[in-house]
Design a protein around this ligand. Structure first.
Ligand SMILES: [Zn+2]
Length: 318
């Protein structure tokens, strides 16, 4: 099946990876598709205005009528005086735009023509020459003035951020706490006799996000530090989990030792049960790698959206 960006392209829509939204300008109107991939839904939004509240109410009635038509299978639809929105929930296993996006665009355009609606800026609400812009992790349909205002606000923010200092010690504290949470999950899984699948991922992700939160800024060093700390904490969790196995195992066969002694017996235990120990822990370690990949992607995304203020589409450019 075609990917989401390919499906959007079939309908002349562009896809903005950073905000996960589709966008297109049709006859001066900005169309934005908000994708909810996990819930297999998407919402089409078009900012536009009519001349009076009475007309707005009539237009809302017209849009809501689509909602009652089983042919379109809409989840919600309406017009609030500034924006038409139509939410479609796909019945397929995965989000599929090609079965209905074209129809929804057509319904929107028909309604717009029927009520002589005009395109308006999503921010100030004035009718003007509109384009779709990518602003940090958002996509917005704005007039040139609002875009220019938004752009200065963003560059102000970037200046502020660059003056901010990364608080490495506090970040490290966060990473240790986050990693410890992963270690605890590892122990709990192991205590329940389950194979430790997600605990590695939890250690990596919690470490990185806690570092990011407390350090207020993440450099490459911060990224590496948080991932190393997450890994070490995960190993500590693994160490105690194996220690518990030894402790419980010896108790079961009637040769109890203290938990401290059980920890000392770990190397022997591993030597005698290499296969089982490997099998019980390899998945957790592998998911750590998956978690680390998520963190690196988030780090790169953070840097990509920083200061972003670009034109995505206007009437003559997609
Ligand atoms: Zn505006």
């Amino acid at each position: 099946m075609a990917t989401i960006p390919e499906q959007l392209k079939q309908f002349g829509f562009g896809y903005d990876v950073l905000s996960q939204k589709g966008y297109r300008v049709i006859e001066g109107f900005g169309f934005i598709v908000h994708l909810n991939i996990s819930d297999k839904m998407y919402t089409l939004r078009v900012p536009c205005a009519v001349r009076s509240p009475e007309e707005a109410a009539q237009m809302n009635g017209a849009v809501e009528a689509y909602l009652r038509n089983p042919q379109y299978s809409l989840k919600s639809a309406g017009y609030d005086g500034r924006m038409i929105s139509m939410c479609y929930a796909t019945k397929n296993m995965v989000l599929n735009l090609s079965d209905n996006l074209g129809t929804l665009v057509e319904l929107c355009m028909n309604t717009i023509r029927q009520f002589n609606a005009v395109p308006v800026c999503g921010s100030c609400g004035r009718a003007d020459n509109l384009s779709v812009y990518g602003l940090e992790n958002r996509v917005e349909c704005l007039c040139p003035q609002c875009f220019s205002d938004a752009r200065s606000k963003i560059s102000e923010k970037v200046r502020e951020q660059s003056e901010r200092v990364e608080n490495v010690p506090l970040g490290v504290v966060g990473a240790i706490m986050g990693g410890a949470a992963g270690a605890v999950i590892w122990l709990l899984f192991s205590l329940m006799g389950k194979i430790v699948f997600v605990a590695g991922m939890a250690a990596a992700v919690a470490s990185f996000f806690a570092y990011r939160r407390l350090a207020k800024k993440v450099s490459k060093l911060g990224l590496i530090l948080s991932l190393v700390i997450g890994f070490v904490m995960m190993l500590i969790g693994m160490y105690f989990a194996i220690g518990l196995d030894v402790f419980n195992g010896l108790k079961d066969i009637g040769a109890p030792v203290s938990f401290g002694e059980a920890l000392k017996l770990i190397p022997d235990y591993i030597r005698l049960n290499t296969g089982a120990v490997l099998f019980n822990n390899i998945f957790g370690v592998l998911t750590y790698i998956g978690g680390a990949v998520i963190c690196v992607m988030q780090y790169r995304n953070d840097n990509k959206i920083k200061g972003r203020a670009v034109l995505l589409a206007s009437d003559n450019k997609i």
